[in-house]
Unconditional design. Structure first.
Ligand SMILES: [Zn+2]
Length: 425
């Protein structure tokens, strides 16, 4: 039994983020929250205490393991970024030992930034993907992960044989999907429509359906990508239509970016309950565009946030959420008539970082809240003390904008301390 004390932050839905000071959270030996109480006295061996806040761990729903050490290289647009940064970074993963080392660095980095769940693309190499899963298991990290799939329009050293890539994905899914008592999930991961044959996409969709695995891929990231898809699939209406035809639009699918989705496309995505992962820092970094988050939500699309490392340079998810708000503000100030767009609140941003993302990943019954019965993925943080003196909704705003990674004192995944420094237990 582990006990945490502090002010709890519970982002229950887009409009309600509960703050409860002087709260005691007890975690049972299975890593589940057993009790949340504002009246109980603390025990001597608790984590947190005066000045501390307890918040659900951050969920990063789109990032690339292979690019952890390629953050912040500016000046490229999407296809140049692929050629100059992504492909060479992935080619290194031919060596499984290097993949293992980078996977450790990656987990250390994510945990130091308070991320407790991540949906992660790997390289197109099965051995490297297997090693990365082993590291995630060893470190007790919660991950949705999969081998990158591409069999056309990509460099020779990364280009897979279609059947072999599907076989390897199936084997990896059989080994890792649901492993570590459900902490790990396998994701079939076609890179993007332009890099995948029809056979590969249909095969991935069919296998994912058989095993009920997540699927992750990229869509409508930039206008250049949209027109490249049109060139590759002249018989389909657009990129959403391609994925619909291939069976890739499902309630288990995470579509990265979606910057250029039109209103009819938003409705089509929403009807299939497919989630979109909003990656605002990356969309600006590569100058891909401003995703209209509010329009996506209004259409009914489940949405999570992604750092999109390393086209996103920022691994600290609250800063990605701030970027989501700033993108919405930019759309608002440039709208005609001026101010005709709305902007999500900081409370909604907290929900996107936690419970909202968990819902989009179909994990909303297990993580994302500090409530009895939920698995204890949570952070003990010590923010600037003046925040506690503000009215509640100002507290959630100030905490979002000012929290820093060095204010994270403990990171727990399913009740087990995993960092920031590598504490055992
Ligand atoms: Zn990506």
């Amino acid at each position: 039994m582990q006990t945490l004390c502090g002010t709890t932050l519970n982002p229950r839905n887009p409009t309600q983020c509960d703050v409860a000071p002087n709260t005691v959270v007890r975690i049972d030996n299975d890593g589940k929250i057993a009790e949340v109480d504002t009246k109980k006295k603390t025990s001597a061996d608790h984590l947190g205490g005066d000045g501390c806040w307890l918040i659900p761990g951050f969920i990063d729903a789109h990032l690339h393991l292979t690019q952890w050490d390629r953050r912040g290289i500016d000046g490229l647009s999407l296809f140049d970024w692929l050629e100059r940064i992504v492909y060479p970074a992935e080619t290194r993963f031919k060596k499984p030992d290097l993949a293992q080392k980078l996977a450790h660095d990656f987990i250390t980095g994510l945990v130091a930034n308070g991320t407790t769940t991540a949906a992660v693309y790997g390289s197109p190499f099965a051995k490297a993907t297997d090693r990365a899963f082993s590291v995630f298991a060893e470190r007790g990290f919660r991950a949705v992960h999969g081998m990158m799939l591409n069999d056309v329009n990509c460099p020779k050293e990364l280009c897979q044989q279609t059947e072999k890539a599907l076989d390897e994905s199936r084997e990896l899914a059989a080994k890792w999907h649901g492993a570590e008592d459900g902490l790990l999930q396998y994701a079939f991961s076609p890179r993007m429509a332009t890099c995948c044959s029809e056979k590969l996409m249909r095969g991935a969709a069919a296998l994912a359906d058989m095993v009920k695995c997540p699927i992750q891929t990229h869509i409508a990231e930039s206008m250049a990508e949209v027109s490249a898809v049109r060139d590759c699939f002249p018989d389909q209406l657009d990129d959403v239509d391609v994925f619909a035809e291939m069976g890739l639009l499902t309630s288990r699918t995470l579509l990265g970016h979606g910057v250029c989705l039109t209103e009819p496309q938003r409705r089509q995505v929403a009807e299939t309950k497919t989630a979109v992962v909003h990656c605002p820092t990356a969309n600006l970094f590569l100058e891909s565009g401003l995703m209209d988050y509010v329009a996506h939500r209004r259409a009914g699309i489940p949405i999570a946030l992604g750092s999109s490392l390393a086209a996103g340079y920022e691994p600290f998810m609250p800063k990605v959420a701030v970027s989501c708000l700033q993108t919405a503000k930019t759309i608002k100030v440039h709208a005609i008539p001026r101010g005709s767009h709305s902007v999500p609140t900081p409370a909604e941003a907290w929900w996107l970082l936690t419970k909202g993302a968990a819902d989009a990943l179909n994990l909303g019954e297990r993580i994302g809240l500090l409530e009895p019965g939920y698995e204890a993925d949570c952070l003990v943080v010590r923010p600037e003390p003046w925040i506690a003196d503000l009215p509640t909704e100002q507290q959630t705003s100030a905490l979002l904008y000012t929290l820093r990674p060095d204010q994270i004192e403990h990171v727990l995944i399913r009740g087990r301390r995993v960092g920031p420094e590598d504490c055992a237990g």
